[in-house]
Write a protein that binds this ligand. Structure first.
Ligand SMILES: Cc1ncc(COP(=O)(O)O)c(C=O)c1O
Length: 400
């Protein structure tokens, strides 16, 4: 397809209806295996020939459309789809490392990625260093002769802090390291890490890419097609964490509205940020495009908009934070993000409960921190819900 805008790519790339009985929607190939013809059937292809489908763990036409569309949106050269975001994380880290190697990692990372790094260290002697990655020097200081890759989340879950992707790529180039970026919080609509020098970009597609809270999936896009084909034929094939054709089909459907959804998520998050700033019970607020955010300039350099995640700290720590959350009526208390519904969660006891307290504090996850994923509802209704919850929580505190 001729080069078009992202909004158009999200709807068209990877599929033309003429190839598939003129079906407008991408057909769902819900099959585990593909047949080979016998000589009597005209032998379109013989067993042993690679052309066409073989087995859905090795490739599936519905999944291929998703992979091609994602490659275009992430400005990469190839994509692999997985049964979860964690399958994408574990596949790329397994691909890049061997026993004795070392990974330099952004200090803030998703709780299960932190857990995986612990498993890799304990079972396979693959060590890691978590560092704030605030400057090129800080990243460089963590690199050892054994380091093979930089693993980065930006924006970081749950604090929405950023890592300067250009600075990370400069360090990686000097030391011959691969750069992996978890782009889940931004989505490919708002940020393309490959443009800033990343080698691999991954997503928990469970979040914005699907957008409807009904799929668990992951995607990994590479700057080089050979790398992706190598992973397809090795770690992905043999570890086997592939996506189901039906989930791929749902993601293709979700992607069509990604641009529109990201615009609305961003608009709502901006309005909620302004509202939260006016609340006495709120101590700190973190939103990439907030003018008071010290990283706002960096955010504007590497993202086209601030996205749907806002984190804030409630005065009074965990008891007040939980008291406040429990007063909400429209906003749902749940892990995950990027859905149509606005979700709130308490990272210290939910998404990051597996991270030891000392490390959690270093990650900026205090006991009063809440993470809000702005949904697609009318912002006035969300503000009304937050407002009544602040009033109710404050009344409860005064009684106690
Ligand atoms: C930033 C980030 N990366 C990776 C994951 C893992 O994705 P999944 O839950 O789809 O396995 C999550 C899940 O919340 C996440 O927030």
């Amino acid at each position: 397809m001729k080069k078009v805008h992202k909004d158009t790519e999200a709807i068209h790339t990877g599929y033309t209806s003429g190839q598939h009985h003129d079906s407008l929607a991408v057909p769902l190939y819900q099959t585990s295996t593909f047949t080979f013809d016998t000589a009597e059937q005209g032998a379109r292809r013989f067993a042993g020939e690679e052309e066409g489908g073989i087995y859905s763990r090795l490739g599936n036409p519905t999944v291929r459309v998703l992979e091609e569309r994602m490659t275009a949106l992430e400005k990469g050269a190839g994509t692999l789809a997985f049964g979860s975001g964690m399958a994408a994380v574990s596949t790329i880290l397994t691909h890049l490392t061997k026993s004795g190697d070392h990974i330099v990692c952004s200090r803030g990372i998703y709780g299960c990625t932190f857990g995986l790094l612990g498993i890799m260290e304990e079972k396979y002697a693959i060590s890691h260093t978590l560092t704030a990655m605030r400057t090129e020097e800080e990243i460089e200081a963590a690199v050892t002769p054994e380091t093979v890759c930089l693993y980065i989340e930006s924006p970081i879950n749950p604090t929405t802090e950023l890592v300067d992707l250009r600075a990370a790529a400069a360090v990686a180039e000097r030391h011959g390291l691969k750069v992996v970026v978890d782009n889940t919080f931004a989505s490919p609509y708002l940020q393309n890490p490959i443009e800033f020098g990343a080698d691999f970009v991954l997503h928990s597609a469970t979040k914005y890419i699907n957008g409807h809270g009904d799929v668990i999936a992951g995607l990994l896009t590479g700057r080089n097609e050979e790398d992706i084909q190598q992973i397809r034929g090795t770690v992905q094939k043999d570890y086997g964490g592939i996506i189901s054709p039906f989930d791929a089909w749902l993601l293709i459907r979700g992607l069509k509205t990604l641009p529109l959804r990201m615009q609305r998520h961003t608009e709502n998050a901006g309005k909620l940020t302004e509202f939260l700033k006016s609340q006495d019970m709120v101590e700190d607020i973190f939103y990439p495009f907030d003018d008071l955010n010290p990283q706002a300039d960096l955010a504007r350099q590497q993202m086209t908009a601030g996205g749907g995640l806002v984190s804030f700290t409630i005065k009074g720590g965990q008891p007040t934070a939980q008291l406040f959350m429990n007063q909400l009526k429209l906003i749902k208390i749940a892990v995950s993000l990027g859905d149509a519904e606005t979700l709130i969660q308490h990272p210290a006891t939910m998404t990051h409960s597996g991270v030891p307290e000392q490390e959690r504090v270093l990650m900026g996850i205090g006991d009063g921190l809440l993470r809000l994923s702005a949904g697609l509802e009318d912002a006035d209704d969300l503000i009304a819900d937050l407002s009544q919850a602040f009033r109710a929580a404050s009344a409860c505190e005064q009684v106690n």
